[in-house]
Design a protein around this ligand. Structure first.
Ligand code: SAM
Ligand code: FES
Length: 347
């Protein structure tokens, strides 16, 4: 047996990876070894979640943002972004359509928009909670005070996605304006966990100045935080940002990382992201085959879809929610996976 096969088996058994083993897997050029890595990760996911893929309905409810992250197409300095916000009624309409399509998790994502005060967020969350008591509500609205997170939780939110973006201090500074700090971002994740949310961290693959050292720090942070979810997808440049001319992350690297994350943190809810589907037509299918178990079709109204431009060439911007939902089902069935319409909780 190839020594790399043994190494992968060892990582799986120990649920941990050394810096050296990580280097070996990320630099490996032997397709058989990489196939084995994906296959092992898939076996672990199948053992816990079987051939089920969870779907989350993504509602991108505002593209206003007070932050200025250098990679992001909706950063405040991007004067070309065509800004929009959905009303509470529009958000509830998205949930209605989504519920009828079988979604039992709604993900409310947006920029850090001061218009959406804690009162407004709580009002929206409560309304969804009352109308759909059987659904999970996920928020992804950035860094807030612990008191705010507590209020949203009491209003009925159960999950929170806040990618840490990079666990390396210097790299974090390179990607963000100086008023943002890694320490605060991490603190938010710990606060959310303490309150009782199911939390998701994550990062972009191939962001400018990312190295194997910084990626390894990301893996170590995942081991430390023990999140319920990890969102990773390739970095894709957006033409109106300072990183417009940077190179995008690759599918191969993203797939390897998905598999490694599955092996070292087996129960994690791991999405095959839209960004992965954007850099390759079969990116999401390959993501599932590499160990992911979640997909997040878009439920936002078609009129606003192409305004939530985090990066260039984003897919699915012209499709109705129903089209995305069934397209995703067909895609998953084509690789032998079944889209399930329950809340899809962490096991
Ligand atoms: N404002 C919230 C926050 O900061 O967590 C949620 C919205 S933010 C736009 C969601 C995620 O999009 C970020 O965590 C980041 O990883 C990802 N993202 C932003 N720009 C991207 C790009 N150019 N390529 C790929 N992903 C990107
Ligand atoms: Fe949206 Fe395929 S997932 S059209």
């Amino acid at each position: 047996m190839k020594k790399e096969f043994e190494l992968i088996t060892q990582i799986r058994e120990n649920q941990s990876i050394s810096r050296e083993q990580f280097e070996t897997l990320m630099t490996c050029e032997d397709a058989q070894v990489i196939d084995f890595l994906h296959q092992q990760a898939r076996e672990v996911a199948d053992g816990i979640y079987e051939n089920k893929v969870y779907i989350r309905g993504l509602i991108e409810f505002t593209n206003y943002c007070k932050n200025d992250c250098l990679y992001c197409g909706i950063r405040r300095s991007n004067a070309k972004a065509n800004r929009y916000r959905l009303t509470k009624e529009e958000i509830l309409d998205c949930c209605k359509v989504g519920y009828e399509l079988g979604f039992r998790t709604f993900v409310l994502q947006g920029g850090e928009d001061p218009y959406f005060t804690d009162d407004r967020i709580c009002e929206i969350v409560s309304a969804i909670r009352t109308t759909y008591p059987d659904c999970a509500i996920t928020l992804s609205i950035g860094e807030k005070e612990k008191e705010s997170y507590e209020r949203y939780y009491k209003a009925g939110a159960n999950r929170y996605l806040l990618r840490h973006e990079t666990a390396d201090e210097a790299h974090y500074q390179y990607l963000h304006p100086k008023e943002l700090s890694l320490a605060h971002r991490k603190q938010c994740l710990w606060d959310l966990k303490e309150i009782g949310y199911q939390v998701g961290c994550g990062f972009m693959v191939g962001s400018p100045h990312q190295t194997r050292d910084t990626l390894y720090e990301d893996l170590m942070f995942i081991k430390e935080l023990q999140p319920h979810m990890v969102g990773i997808g390739p970095f894709i440049p957006q033409q109106d940002t300072p990183f417009a001319k940077e190179t995008a992350g690759t599918m191969e690297e993203t797939l390897r990382l998905l598999s490694i994350i599955r092996l070292i943190h087996p129960h994690v809810l791991l999405p095959a992201t839209t960004a992965l589907g954007t850099i390759h037509p079969l990116g999401r299918e390959k993501g599932i085959q590499a160990g992911a178990n979640v997909v997040m079709p878009n439920l936002s109204p078609v009129e606003v879809r192409d305004k939530y431009k985090l990066y260039d060439n984003k897919i699915c911007t012209g499709d109705e929610a129903a089209e995305c939902r069934f397209c995703m089902q067909r895609r998953m069935e084509s690789i032998g996976y079944e889209v399930v319409t329950d809340r899809g909780d962490f096991k």
